[in-house]
Write a protein that binds this ligand. Structure first.
Ligand code: SF4
Length: 218
């Protein structure tokens, strides 16, 4: 699949996160963590729950882009490059940071797409390609009210809810399928109705398992 990264242009991803500049590409996503002052007076992020490890993929893509390894293209030309491709919107960052007409032009000829947004309340039009990223059952209900299908992360002790299927790419499903074989997470564009759930995983999962659902429900 073609992987789409949304990056802050003038600062590496890890530094942008610790400066709070990642709001430009992740909006108010609660998994970004909380910005605090360290004892030296510098900003730092605590309680980050995002599964993306910034020094890996995002940093590599950022460095390659800064070196000029990615050509600059008009979205309409980009759509030619993506013709009939499988595309993942948001290997890092939220598609909501891009104006809708740009996404529409870019994805005009795409094969199938997967996408995720935590900004579903502000940008309901993204339900066309994106799952609403939800962290609690209450958020899932609210996203349904806006017409979204949902991708909900849950704690190990939380049940799978009616209407949800477990992501077949997850460890709990023994990684039965890859996204490119599944492609369920394409919002309305898939023509299917079901939701997806997965046990919180990746870099910030431990903090989620300890705290997040209660925090968000409060
Ligand atoms: S449900 Fe399918 S498309 Fe969505 S994350 Fe899991 S494997 Fe990928």
């Amino acid at each position: 699949m073609a992987q789409v990264y949304f990056l802050v242009a003038d600062m590496p991803p890890f530094q942008a996160s610790h400066a709070g500049r990642d709001a430009a590409i992740c909006g108010s996503c609660p998994l970004r963590g909380r910005l605090v002052k360290s004892s030296s007076g510098a900003n730092k992020v605590v309680e980050r729950q995002c599964y993306v490890f910034l020094p890996h993929g995002p940093r590599q893509v950022y460095d390659a882009w800064r070196k000029g390894n990615y050509p600059e293209v008009d979205p309409r030309d980009g759509s030619r490059a993506l013709t009939r491709r499988l595309v993942r919107l948001g290997s890092y960052g939220d598609p909501a940071c891009v104006p809708y007409p740009v996404l529409e032009a870019l994805l005009a000829k795409v094969g199938d797409v997967t996408g995720y947004t935590h900004q579903w309340q502000r940008f309901p039009e993204l339900r066309r390609w994106c799952m609403a990223s939800c962290d609690t059952p209450a958020e899932r209900d609210a996203a349904h009210a806006l017409g979204f299908r949902t991708f909900r992360i849950r704690r190990r002790d939380e049940p799978v809810l009616a209407g949800e299927g477990i992501c077949p790419g997850s460890h709990e499903m023994n990684r039965a399928l890859r996204c490119s074989e599944c492609m369920l997470c394409g919002g309305e564009s898939t023509g299917t109705k079901g939701d997806v759930t997965i046990i919180a995983h990746g870099h910030g999962a431990n903090y989620f398992h300890r705290n997040v659902p209660e925090t968000l429900d409060a």
